[in-house]
Design a protein around this ligand. Sequence first.
Ligand code: TGC
Ligand code: FAD
Length: 393
Amino acid sequence: MNLTTEMTDYMGLQGLLTDEEKLVRETARQFVNEHVLPIIEECAQTETFPEHLIRPMGELGFYGSNLPEKYGCAGLSNVAYGLLNYELERGDSGLRSFVSVQSSLVMYPVYAYGTEAQKEYWLPKMATGEVIGCFGLTEPDFGSNPAGMRTRAVREGNGKWRINGTKMWITNGSIAHVAVVWAKTDEGIRGFLVPTDTPGFSAPQMKGKWSLRASVTSELVLEDVIVDEEESLLPGVVGLKGPLGCLTQARYGIAWGTLGAAEMCYQTALDYALNRIQFDRPIAATQLQQKKLAEMVTELTKGQLLAYQLGRLKDAGTYTPAQVSMAKMNNANIAREIASAARTILGANGIMGEYPIMRHMANLESIYTYEGTHDMHTLIIGQEITGIPAFRS
Ligand code: TGC
Ligand code: FAD
């Protein structure tokens, strides 16, 4: 088990951090070393999310950590939020997914699009982990193209809405108390806060994943779900830019998080290469394995600097969604490649759960696909630099 307290830092990233950002990173790493690494392999093997960690993470301020203190959140910088994601995903992408969804896909839309009453009611409870949320955008027939969604919300009169539809692949769905559901209306796409005990709402868990096994993934089924407009409708946004604005927040966190998984794979492979003797010398003494390790640490370092600069742009409020796409696309991709290279360095041991690599490698297949596939982010950047959207004819 790799319990190092120092992050892999080839280009002095830590020298660019504030004291608060350093403290957040160290706190999260200590939490992962003490509470996640000892149990996470068992969780993955048994397809179990470690629910007992939800409240302790709330006590440490991990949820909505870049949202204001006024709502019970930590009010941290975006770089601190990114470092938190990095450290959590060093433990497991499922844990980081839980925190990403809660923070960027549930608390963020309440904060950005909700009424003052909705913010005051939900955010403090979500910050502690007393209330868990999920985010329903993807549908069985609409993944990369959410604009086509079929879930529909209709005004009933008397201040009520009726929602019908099915969402799929929803992280935290079966353990959530409230779902942010995006639905088509006569006015365009709108967001609703749907308590999961509302009649007509169900969230069957999807079992049998070979990736993100320590994370809950569910369908959301809404059959004539009736919600109250004042409590449920997020009034601050109409149109696809609502959910896409949330995705920008979560993709930013993923750009950092994937590097944590990459670091764990790199450090495990480095350690193994230094200790594994073949032909009477450590395999780390061979040029072939050194080339792999050198390329891994180079890509990890480039990814860190990309994420850091994006974080500073985000803190300054000058970043663009396409810049976030570049960081998500690049960092998920290099993490996936680093995990794969690390697996080869461990030889047969690389496939064993005793080492964290195969778990990270499998997790990263989901991360490469969710929050916009690698291809979609390529096309978003393509659109930004050419002015031509290539998604559709
Ligand atoms: P398009 O016409 O380009 O845009 C519609 C409106 O949205 C605005 N916009 C954005 N706003 C904020 N952030 C962004 N990233 C934005 N991208 C676009 C845009 O300006 C426009 O605004 P307005 O005012 O003109 O109406 O929309 P399109 O239908 O052509 O689609 C564009 C495309 C393909 C890029 C988009 O559909 C896309 O990103 N598709 C990928 C879908 C996706 O990422 N799904 C993720 C689901 S959630 C998830 O995976 C959670 S994983 C959870 C975990 O961490 O465990
Ligand atoms: P598709 O859109 O069908 O894509 C299939 C392939 O076609 C991909 O390679 C894609 O890149 C390619 N493709 C599609 N369109 C084009 C095009 N125009 N040009 C070129 N290539 C194209 N969603 C939520 O709403 N909430 C969640 O909490 C959530 N959690 C998830 C958790 C997990 C574990 C997973 C795996 C997914 C989750 N998702 C969630 C869904 C995720 O966002 C979608 O899987 C993703 O957006 C891709 O959609 P899709 O799987 O339908 O693939």
